[in-house]
Design a protein around this ligand. Sequence first.
Ligand SMILES: Nc1nc2c(ncn2[C@@H]2O[C@H](COP(=O)(O)OP(=O)(O)OP(=O)(O)O)[C@@H](O)[C@H]2O)c(=O)[nH]1
Ligand SMILES: [Mg+2]
Length: 424
Amino acid sequence: MEENREKVLIVGIELDSDKIDIEDSLNELEELVEAAGGTVEARVIQRKDRINAATFIGTGKAEEIHSYCEDLEIDTVVFNDELSGAQLRNLEEIINRKIIDRTNLILDIFALRAVSREGKLQVKLAQLKYRLPRLVGFRDYLSREGAGIGTRGPGEQKLETDRRHILREINNIEKQLKDLEGVRDVKRKKRLSSQMPMVALVGYTNAGKSTLMNRLMVQKEGFDENKQVYVEDMLFASLDTAHRVGKLPNGQDYLLADTVGFVSKLPTKLVEAFKGTLEEVEYADLLLHVVDASNEDLDIQINTTMELLKDLNTVDKPIVTVFNKMDKLEESGLNIAGMETENPIYISAKNGNGIEELKHLIQDTLPLEYRRVKMLIPFDSQSVSSYLMNQYQVDDIEYTEEGTLFTLTINHIDYEKFNEYILK
Ligand SMILES: Nc1nc2c(ncn2[C@@H]2O[C@H](COP(=O)(O)OP(=O)(O)OP(=O)(O)O)[C@@H](O)[C@H]2O)c(=O)[nH]1
Ligand SMILES: [Mg+2]
């Protein structure tokens, strides 16, 4: 397997206006290349005050890269920024290798990871929309099978390179996605009518969101192994949203949603394509922003996530910042004290440290309003009575002719749900 890995050279431009350190950015690009099945053999950085419209980097630099590629037997050159069709073509002419940009690389990884039908369609749509304005820059090899990174559709499908076919395909996929949206809408309405508060896990890819989800679901009495979500030490392990029902310390049930991870310079087309899946974030009552505390780029990762959250209309939602992987912090030697974040908490999803505290913090931060009420539950509505007894601290119970009279404090969700029993 190892000897089949594509040999890659990565290229980054550092502009004066850049806020992110170029080495950090290329470290991440290297991880992305590995996630796509390549091996980075070399990196080239050019510092410039502006980009070259025709070749992105300077032509002299491009020629330099060509000779590196000859010496190192490089298969593919990956650029850290999105390139135009003309830039792709011009660079390929000089460098004489397959040229891939960061966007295409990320789309390629998503194509490898997509599992659900909707996920595959979303990725393919984003890939086709990426291709359409770049057809001039695409060479024959892109339509060949087995051409490697940047050429793979979901399920190793070959992607179209013919404009008319692409347009037809885009149309077709958009229709299919519309239908699936209807299905998702029904599911969401069902969840909303379950009246449970919804908590969404968000954050950078590989931060530990899915691990934390599994950890939060471990209840004392029995735990269904089959309900575990997929965890892996790789970028974009989760592409589909998963839901589970959990219990807070006060007995309140809540819905927890795991979502796709973020990465810097995430292609806007991809974010758009995944808006459907990311709806969970928009409907959530509370966001758990999971951060890998042991990652040296955690400030970039936090900022990237916060920026993407802004795009998703979530500015006014309460957030808990979950610094995860605290078990690795000492080894990493990082100092995370003094970082300014909303409601910080420090945990290890792996060994379980801080999980009980986190559950309490979720409970305290969930915007639930409580009201003290008197409720009269008829004797034939036994299930409501037992729900109230299980869910709440009941202050007073009286058995009357018409039913059981409870005095207790309930949250606004149950207030709506059991409105008919409440004595006004
Ligand atoms: N040491 C340590 N490793 C952890 C911890 N939490 C998660 N990990 C590891 O980090 C890796 C990524 O975990 P995931 O839960 O898949 O991360 P994710 O945020 O869901 O990632 P994506 O789905 O790719 O966005 C896995 O190898 C986990 O075992 C932790 O608290 N400590
Ligand atoms: Mg995950």
